[in-house]
Design a protein around this ligand. Structure first.
Ligand SMILES: Cc1cc2nc3c(=O)[nH]c(=O)nc-3n(C[C@H](O)[C@H](O)[C@H](O)COP(=O)(O)OP(=O)(O)OC[C@H]3O[C@@H](n4cnc5c(N)ncnc54)[C@H](O)[C@@H]3O)c2cc1C
Ligand code: HEM
Length: 397
C-alpha cells in the first residue's frame, strides 16, 4: 500500500506524468538500449520498438497501477500483474533487471519533467515503481518455482504441417530427449519461441500451445505476418515459415499464460475465436474432448473463409466429440452450409446463465463478442481473453 504522503504527491502529479508518458517512454527506451544494446537485440521485440506498438505498455501500466493504488488502496490489480508476470516469465526476466529499468525510467522522467521532479515527487513515484516491481518479482518467482525456469531449452522440429496459405503447424520435441511431463501445461497457455535471425539477433515471440496438455509433443501454429511497401514482414513468423524445417532447432521457454481453461465446476462454457486466435481455443477443446466433458459448450469462430480457418478439422472434430457442444461459424466469404456469411454476431446464439467465456482473436472481434455477452447476462468476471500482442485493455483491467 502507498504511504499517505506519497499518495497525495502521486495524485497531484499523475496528470503531468500521464500527459508526458509518450515522451518519457521515448527517452526511457533510448537510454536503456544505448546502455544495454543486447536488450534490444536479444530480449525486447525489435518490431514493436520500430512500430511503436509496445512502447507505452511498460510506462503506461505503471501509471495504471498508480491510479489503482489511489482508487483502491486495499486491493491489487491482480489481472494486470498476472498477465505481465506471465509474459515476463516466458522471456526469462530476472529481479536484477528491475534495477536497470528503474534507473533508466527515472532518468527519463527527470529529463522530461525537469524541475517538477522534486525529491518528494521522485520518492513518491519510486515507491509506486517498487510496489509494482516487487509484486511482479514475487509472482515471477512463484512461476519460476512451478516451472523450473527461467530457462530456454532447445527443441527440434519433428513435423511441419501447412494448415492454410499463411499458417503452419510445427510439432517439437526436446533435443535432450527428455519426455514431456504429462499435463505440464494448462489448455490456453503459450510458450515463448526464441530464434536466431540471420543478423545474429535472438528474438522471441509467444505462441499458444495448440494441442491438448498431455500430448507427447509441443505444438504451435504460426501465422505469417507478410510485409508490404510500408511495413516489413514480421521477423519471427517469417523466419519460422521460410527457414525452419523438420530437423531444425529452436529454443522454447516453459509454458506460461494466465488464460487457462477452468472446467472444474460444470459451468456452461463458451469458446470464441477469430482467425489465428483459434490456437488456444483448439487446445481447450482438445482437452475437453480428452476428458469426455459432458456439460454444455458453445463454440464460436469467425474467419475470412473456410480455407483460411487454421486447425479447422481439429476444431470441428473436437467439438463433435462433446455431447453437449453447439458450433456457430461465420465466414466473410464462401460460407458452407451450416455456417453464416459475415462477421460474428451472437444475437441468435443461446447463451446459458452462468456461462464462463474464453475469447481470443483481434481486438474488434473480442470487443464485439464481449459486448454481446454482457448484454446476454454473462458476468464481466466470467469473460476471459487473450490478446496476441501488447494488451491495450491492460490499462482498464
Ligand atoms: C500470448 C500470445 C499468444 C500468441 N499466440 C500466437 C499463435 O498461436 N499463433 C500466432 O501466429 N501468433 C501468436 N501470437 C503472436 C506472436 O507472438 C507474434 O506477435 C506474431 O507471430 C508476429 O511476430 P513477428 O515476429 O512475425 O512480427 P514482428 O516482427 O513482431 O512485427 C510485428 C508487427 O510490427 C510491424 N513492424 C515491424 N518492424 C516495423 C517497422 N520498422 N516499422 C513499422 N512496422 C514494423 C510488422 O510489420 C508487424 O505487423 C501470440 C502472441 C501472444 C502475446
Ligand atoms: C515495474 C517494472 C515493469 C513493468 C511495469 C513492466 C510492464 C510490462 C508490460 C505492461 C508489458 C506488456 C505485457 C503485454 O504483452 O500485455 C511488458 C512486456 C515486456 N517487458 Fe516489462 N515491465 C517491467 C519490467 C521489465 C523489466 C525489468 C524487463 C527486462 C529488462 C522487462 C522486459 C519486458 C519485455 C522484453 C516485454 C515484452 C515486450 C517486448 O518484447 O517488446 N520488463 N512489461
Amino acid at each position: 500500500m502507498l504511504s499517505e504522503q506519497s499518495a497525495a504527491t502521486v495524485r497531484a502529479t499523475l496528470p503531468a506524468v500521464g500527459a508526458a508518458i509518450g515522451e518519457i517512454t521515448e527517452r526511457f527506451y533510448a537510454g536503456l538500449f544505448a546502455a544495454h544494446p543486447e536488450l534490444l537485440r536479444d530480449l525486447f521485440n525489435r518490431g514493436n520498438q520500430a512500430a511503436g506498438t509496445q512502447r507505452q505498455a511498460l510506462a503506461g501500466s505503471i501509471a495504471a497501477f498508480a491510479v489503482h493504488l489511489l482508487d483502491h488502496p486495499d486491493t491489487r490489480p491482480d489481472a494486470m500483474l498476472g498477465r505481465i508476470a506471465h509474459k515476463h516469465a516466458s522471456l526469462g526476466i530476472t529481479p536484477e533487471q528491475y534495477g536497470v529499468v528503474h534507473e533508466h525510467l527515472f532518468a527519463a522522467i527527470a529529463d522530461v519533467l525537469g524541475d517538477a521532479v522534486t525529491p518528494e515527487v521522485a520518492a513518491a513515484w519510486t515507491e509506486v515503481y517498487w510496489l509494482m516491481a516487487n509484486a511482479l518479482i514475487a509472482i515471477e518467482r512463484r512461476l519460476y518455482e512451478e516451472s523450473g525456469g527461467p530457462r530456454w531449452r532447445t527443441w527440434q522440429v519433428v513435423e511441419r504441417v501447412p494448415e492454410t496459405a499463411d499458417v503452419v503447424t510445427l510439432r517439437l520435441r526436446p533435443l535432450d530427449g527428455d519426455p514431456l511431463p504429462v499435463g505440464d501445461f494448462r489448455a490456453g497457455q503459450y510458450v515463448s519461441v526464441r530464434v536466431e535471425l540471420p543478423d545474429g539477433a535472438r528474438q522471441s515471440r509467444q505462441y499458444s500451445l495448440s494441442a491438448a496438455p498431455g500430448s507427447d509433443v509441443r505444438q504451435i501454429s504460426v501465422k505469417r505476418i507478410p510485409g508490404d511497401a510500408a511495413t516489413p514482414a514480421g521477423e519471427v513468423s517469417h523466419h519460422l515459415h521460410t527457414r525452419v524445417r523438420v530437423g531444425d532447432r529452436v529454443q522454447l521457454s516453459e509454458p506460461y499464460g494466465d488464460l487457462v481453461l477452468d472446467d472444474s465446476d460444470g459451468a456452461p462454457l463458451l469458446l470464441a475465436s477469430a482467425g489465428i486466435g483459434v490456437t488456444p481455443i483448439v487446445a481447450m477443446l482438445a482437452h475437453l474432448a480428452d476428458r469426455g466433458h459432458g456439460t454444455p459448450v458453445t463454440v464460436v469462430h469467425a474467419d475470412r473463409s473456410p480455407a483460411d480457418h487454421a486447425l479447422r478439422a481439429d476444431h470441428e472434430a473436437y467439438a463433435a466429440k462433446l455431447p453437449e457442444a453447439s458450433v456457430h461459424l461465420w465466414y466473410e466469404r464462401e460460407a458452407p452450409e451450416g455456417a453464416a456469411t459475415g462477421l460474428a454476431d451472437l444475437t441468435d446464439v443461446p447463451v446459458r446463465p452462468g456461462t464462463r467465456a474464453y475469447l481470443c482473436g483481434p481486438l474488434p472481434f473480442m470487443r464485439a463478442v464481449r459486448a454481446q455477452l454482457l448484454t446476454k447476462g454473462v458476468a464481466p468476471a466470467d469473460i476471459h481473453y487473450e490478446v496476441f500482442g501488447p494488451d491495450l485493455w491492460l490499462a482498464s483491467a
